[in-house]
Design a protein around this ligand. Structure first.
Ligand code: ZN
Length: 204
């Protein structure tokens, strides 16, 4: 079963060791990534690959539509571990244009549990309805909603007590908002970086 994947795995491990004989031994010894990536589960948005980082260099949390919900124990556990234990220096919330999760949040169809998961996006759409209504319906409007969703999640992360406590004790930590483009492979920095408590307000 899945023999092609196992053979891919063996070839990959051999390539890694071929290029750097100490690669896995060194990785085993420590996990000290400087970055936490909060991204979408979409298979076309592979975190390490997009920023060309090796295993061990990026701590990753992915879910449908890259949400950072303040009540989600999974996300909170990752966030606390990243901030308090690994002491990452940067947290990137990374959305992507053409996100199916963002589209599903506002298309009015019922899908079940995921409708609850995506509810925060409907709240973002509602809060920004005046801005969104003047954008042509369809892809352009959804892409702006992808950006607004990322900004909202940056605000969630920056408002979290783990992050605020880290800033209060002088820890070096910045929260960034990016949107990845499936069509050209490039990341768009939304320029909403928050690296101090006082900067949250400018996110609106
Ligand atoms: Zn997505």
């Amino acid at each position: 079963m899945l023999d092609h994947l196992k053979s891919n795995n063996r070839a990959w491990a051999e390539r890694k060791v071929g290029a750097d004989p100490g690669f896995f031994r060194r990785l085993e010894g420590q996990q000290a990534p400087e970055y936490l990536w909060i991204g979408c589960s979409d298979s076309r948005v592979p975190a390490n690959e997009i920023v060309d980082l090796d295993p061990g260099e990026l701590f990753v949390h992915r879910n449908v539509a890259n949400l950072a919900p303040p009540q989600d124990a999974n996300y909170l556990s990752v966030l606390q571990f990243a901030v308090d234990v690994i002491k990452v220096k940067h947290i990137m919330v990374v959305g992507h244009y053409g996100c199916g999760g963002v589209a599903a949040a506002v298309d009015g169809q019922r899908r079940g549990l995921v409708d609850h998961w995506l509810h925060p996006i409907r709240e973002v759409a509602h809060a920004h309805r005046a801005e969104l209504e003047v954008i042509p319906d369809g892809r352009p409007r959804l892409d702006r909603l992808c950006e607004l969703n990322v900004i909202r999640q940056v605000r969630n992360v920056a408002s979290d007590v783990f992050v605020q406590d880290a800033w209060a004790r002088g820890q070096d930590l910045a929260v960034h908002g990016w949107v990845y483009s499936l069509s050209n492979g490039l990341v768009n920095d939304l320029d909403v970086t928050v690296s101090r408590l006082e900067e949250i307000e400018r996110l609106g």
